[in-house]
Design a protein around this ligand. Structure first.
Ligand code: NAD
Length: 249
């Protein structure tokens, strides 16, 4: 796989980490297919498709567009539903199902749908979360979905290796995406909430979408050729410490 001739599919690419990832690959000469529920921004010369990754029709649209693009060597499973709030005792069944469908089942089924298009040497990169490594109080569905995605990544590594494919994941800490910045802005005390988020990390700041995209890019390319089944925290040291875990945000 060379840096300039590849094709990449990025799901959830309309904003946040997905968008930063699509932009980084485009800057580095890749053909990019951005997929999202709403039409992703028009990166110059790149393709975009409106698709719900949790539906068979949405996944078929992505596969068709990927084929039209001339094939792909990288799939970035980034789309996620983060809206099912509630803990073990009160998360709704509907929210649980939606979360698991989008965050865990869709990466499995989209990978499967694209596997015939991926030549040997290709890579899958899943965007998990520190919440796939440890749990946050009151966020049961998301925790379970990302924990599932972490171990699905390992299963992918084992089951795709005979096909010459690698699979790895990133586990971001709190990243300054539109969604995170909005939730800070809408809190009772935005300044304090921002500091609380920052203090979860040893580096005492939020990460940027670009900083996650750079690790995704590394895991997608030949510089990581001997890595598969790895879960890489991109978390400013959050998971290096047990002292910060459990601090309320
Ligand atoms: P975001 O909510 O800003 O963007 C997610 C995108 O996915 C949205 O554009 C949304 O429309 C799209 N999407 C949602 N459901 C979809 C579906 N069914 N089909 C297609 N597209 C769909 O999210 P983000 O903060 O940029 O997060 C991106 C990824 O990083 C997610 O997997 C998230 O769980 C993970 N993550 C984010 C953070 C953070 O702090 N932002 C931290 C850890 C992990």
């Amino acid at each position: 796989m060379t840096d300039v001739s590849g094709g990449v599919v990025v799901t959830g690419a309309a904003r946040g980490i997905g968008r930063a990832t699509a932009e980084l690959f485009a800057e580095r000469g890749w053909r990019v297919l951005s997929a999202d529920l709403s039409l992703p921004p028009n990166l110059r010369g790149q393709r975009r498709v409106k698709a719900d990754v949790s539906t068979a029709a949405g996944r078929e649209r992505i596969v068709r567009a990927a084929r039209e693009m001339g094939g792909v060597q990288v799939l970035v499973n980034n789309a996620a539903f983060q809206g099912a709030h509630g803990g073990v005792l009160d998360v709704s069944e509907r929210g649980w199902a939606r979360t698991l469908n989008v965050n865990l089942t869709a990466p499995l089924l989209l990978t499967r749908a694209l596997v015939d298009l991926l030549p040997r040497g290709s890579a899958v990169v899943n965007v998990a979360s520190v919440q796939g490594l440890f749990a946050e109080q009151g966020n049961a569905a998301y925790n379970a979905s990302k924990g599932g995605l972490v171990n699905l990544t390992r299963a992918m590594a084992l089951d795709l290796a005979p096909h010459g494919l690698r699979a790895n994941a990133v586990a971001p800490g709190a990243i300054s995406t539109e969604a995170v910045l909005q939730s800070i802005a809408e809190s009772d005390d935005p300044e304090q909430t921002r500091r609380d988020y920052e203090d979860l990390h040893a580096l005492r700041r939020l990460g940027t979408p670009r900083e996650v995209a750079q690790v995704v890019y590394f895991l997608a390319g030949e510089e990581s050729a001997f890595m598969t089944g790895a879960i890489i925290p991109v978390d400013g040291g959050m998971t290096a410490s047990f002292m910060m875990a459990g601090r309320p945000v």
